[in-house]
Design a protein around this ligand. Structure first.
Ligand code: SF4
Length: 235
């Protein structure tokens, strides 16, 4: 099945969410300025996603081959042990918001624009998830992401083969490209494999990074043992 693009994604800025993310007092001296900037940024937001249905064709000891692309990750292999069909995706805030100017050195303004981008990415991911669940009659979904969690979990270098699942369509259709160090531009983009499951899973459970502001689940030593099985890096 060819990739599907979702680019009609509604995004509305909620000032109270913005204040919370910015740790800003709604009555404070910067509030009005930041809301005005955030509204200008949100007005041009075009969050998007691309996905494709893909099937697992082969499994090795620590490899999984999906649609002819072989990934090496013991964790991916273990996580997808009972899975046949996955949904490869890239979701993004879009390139448009970077065009809204923020004065050089205005760090709060840059943080504000980045926060709106992050919220737009959240809208794209939520839309994609709801779309997949409805279109494919899916229940619970979990995901793995190249480069997420400890480096050994699913090495970020595998972003390149991951993107190859889409040919050249990721940049051509939703404007996301990889840097030489495998980071995505726009910075508020996410790539990964959704898979149906009954078991909750987040890569934060396999991540030793302390004080991460985005952590969504505590580190799980048992799960690390089951799915990574390597010596944990020094904390
Ligand atoms: S704890 Fe933070 S760095 Fe680690 S996987 Fe979760 S969000 Fe990513």
């Amino acid at each position: 099945m060819p990739p599907v693009v979702l680019d009609q994604i509604k995004f509305e800025l909620e000032p109270e969410v913005l204040f919370k993310r910015l740790h800003l007092d709604p009555e404070g001296e910067y509030a009005a300025e930041m809301v005005a900037l955030a509204k200008r940024v949100a007005a041009v937001a075009r969050p998007k996603a691309i996905y494709r249905v893909a099937y697992i064709q082969d499994r090795g000891e620590d490899t999984v081959t999906i649609e002819g692309v072989r990934f090496t990750s013991r964790t991916l292999r273990a996580t997808l042990a009972e899975v046949e069909r996955v949904f490869a995706y890239v979701a993004t805030c879009g390139t448009e918001m970077d065009e809204v100017p923020v004065p050089e050195g205005d760090f709060l303004g840059e943080f504000c624009r980045d926060t709106v981008k992050e919220l737009a990415l959240g809208a794209a991911t939520a839309f994609l998830t709801a779309h997949l669940k409805e279109r494919y009659s899916l229940g619970k979904l979990a995901a793995m992401h190249p480069g997420s969690g400890d480096a050994i979990v699913w090495p970020i270098q595998q972003q390149r083969p991951f993107f190859s699942l889409f040919g050249d369509q990721v940049e051509a259709r939703i404007g996301v490209r990889l840097t030489p160090t495998f980071l995505m531009i726009p910075n508020k983009s996410v790539s990964g494999l959704f898979y149906p499951t009954e078991v909750d899973f987040m890569t934060c459970q396999l991540c030793h990074r302390e004080r991460c502001p985005h952590r969504r689940a505590p580190f799980d030593a048992d799960l690390w043992e089951q799915r990574v099985g390597a010596t944990a890096p020094a904390a």
